[in-house]
Design a protein around this ligand. Sequence first.
Ligand code: GLY
Length: 399
Amino acid sequence: MREYFSEKKIMEEAELWDALEFCTKQVVAGLDRFTDHFPRAYSDNNFYPATENVDWTTGFWTGEIWLSYEFVQKYPEMYDEVLAQRLLRAGNIQMQSFLERIEKQIEVDHHDMGFLYSPSCVAGYKLTGSRVGRRAALLAADRLTKRFQPVGGFIQAWGAMGAPENYRLIIDCLNNLPLLYWAAEETGEKSYRKIADTHIHTALSNLIREDYSTWHTFFFDPKTGAPDHGATCQGYRDGSAWARGQAWGIYGLATAYRYTHREEYAELFEKVSEYFLEHLPEDLVPFWDLEFTDGSEEPRDSSSASIAVCGLLEMSRHVSEEKGRGYREIAGRILKSVYDNYAVRDGVQSNGLVLHSTYSKHSPYNTCNHYGVDECNIWGDYFYMEALVRTLWDWKQYW
Ligand code: GLY
């Protein structure tokens, strides 16, 4: 670990409550615009425009509504029955939108069912017992199983099923799998779990390189299922470590361990986390690709910091007290920097929660479109709130 890590501070408890209070006020301020609609995946000049429920990211906003709903009931200084009912109403309207989306199959030909349905509908079901949430999330889990490719043993992320140019998995998908584990628990149907276990095994056998950096995506031979090659889409170049991919790896390994209890995943968690931590700049918030560090003009991806914090906090629940304390301390230091240096402080500055994220930055060596560079993005906001909540109380997770 970098020598300056241990000198960094963690957030005081009062700061944590203040930060979450501000987040909740921002969410409430957004409800007029974002109840029948959703914030887009990324902001323009730090302000989110409204969008229909069509992208892979809309569930994060509903997740922010549920985290706010939990907060107003936990925090006596903010408790207000009218406010709680307003948040509940918005959450219910959004779950109805998610049900309609999956029933009518609107933009669901991809693997992001977990990102969409865990923080919105599984959360709403767990918090309120909503049957709409439960039904929508189970349909989404079914949809996700349809993307499983037995030849190769993985969930195909994008594109037409079986198309050779898309016969691949991506590291982000690890965080879609809690939806399948939830569906298995909820219904008693073992096939959801089997698909998730198989995908995890294939993904972790191929995505992690010798130095514990990670591939963003990995291709397989459509005829034989043999592993073929790794490639980036959103990272800087093929051999580099896309910061958010590494962060999805950290959180994904923590949830993989939680659901499977396989010791090798705990070891991989440690190594993949170490690689991430070793490549952080002085303020502990990564540039968008871990290839870049202090002195670079490249933008940050603050969302990666919050995702990694959530992964470390998740894993701290499953290891020895001593190891868990270590993970919580590291997480606390990164979170403090996000709060001090990146968090929005005023609704005039932004209608989001965290500045300086990077969704997708084109480089001469990658294949992604260029958008949401050095902006807020909605999962960065969501995972920042989740990190605060996880630090403050024994959170019953949505994932
Ligand atoms: N899952 C897509 C991304 O992280 O940008």
